[in-house]
Design a protein around this ligand. Structure first.
Ligand code: 13P
Length: 255
């Protein structure tokens, strides 16, 4: 398995944190801290901070993403944001299928698939999240579940579009809990995801696809996680809100 075949990507998922004013302050700290990164650096901010983030990061190595996108192009969907609205602003990335969207906002594998397709078709790069909850892990169905989530999320996605798609393996029990998956657990599931990609698109596409780990990744445990052969970076929640910690994770993924 050759990690040089794909990009390591460290993406911050800011979730519902930071006003636009606070976002500007954090980005001012981040710019010098990650400027020498040897991996792709992305910050996914709340919709209200996107314009600020885009203005602040212009001419830097920081890429900007949104945390969700609706699947319809336009219409009577109060409170939703379309892919074209994001593209028009200059947003490059978007997260789909985050477990918090699935858990609190009734998103299903089917709506995750629709959002992923809408985003890809509009030209966005998509970070699709999959992952089991604690019960499912204890029931021993992690691999089956993650395989199913991946296959449904990717229905209709072409091999060419896979160049714009990242999968983030985020075990729900590790998100915001301080309980990280071990590096071996992360590796095992990321490898299983790559196997599904090979079945769907062939080995070359599977080898070229970035697969991240997410769930309590921090400045202390990042090094071991990203050193695993199938873990190509991370999707970072809490630690992405501290410039120093985020920069440490970026540096670990740059090696
Ligand atoms: P934490 O890093 O806060 O556990 O969050 C992970 C996550 O959900 C990233 O999308």
């Amino acid at each position: 398995m050759n990690k040089n075949l794909r990009k390591a990507v460290i993406a911050g998922n800011w979730k519902m944190n930071k006003t636009a004013t606070q976002a500007a302050q954090l980005i001012d700290e981040l710019i010098p801290a990650v400027k020498d990164a040897g991996c792709e650096v992305v910050i996914c901010t709340p919709f209200t901070s996107l314009v600020t983030a885009l203005e602040k990061t212009k001419g830097t190595n920081i890429h900007v993403g949104a945390e969700n996108v609706h699947f319809e192009a336009s219409g009577a969907y109060t409170g939703e944001i379309s892919a074209d609205m994001l593209v028009d602003l200059g947003v490059e990335y978007v997260i789909t299928g985050h477990s918090e969207r699935r858990q609190y906002f009734a998103e299903t594998d089917e709506t995750v698939n629709k959002r992923t397709l809408a985003a890809l078709n509009a030209g966005l790069k998509v970070i699709v999240c999959v992952g089991e909850n604690l019960t499912q892990r204890e029931q021993g169905v992690t691999e089956e579940l993650v395989r199913m989530q991946t296959k449904i999320a990717l229905q209709g996605v072409t091999a060419e579009q896979m160049a714009n798609l990242i999968i983030a393996y985020e075990p729900v029990w590790a998100i915001g809990t301080g309980r990280t998956a071990t590096a071996d657990q992360a590796q095992e599931v990321c490898a299983a995801i790559r196997k599904v990609l090979a079945e769907l698109y062939g080995q070359a596409v599977a080898d070229a696809t970035t697969i991240q780990y997410g769930g309590s990744m921090n400045a202390k445990n990042c090094e071991e996680l990203v050193s695993k052969p199938d873990v190509d970076g991370g999707l970072i929640g809490g630690a992405a809100l501290k410039a120093g910690d985020f920069a440490t994770i970026v540096a670990a993924a740059s090696k």
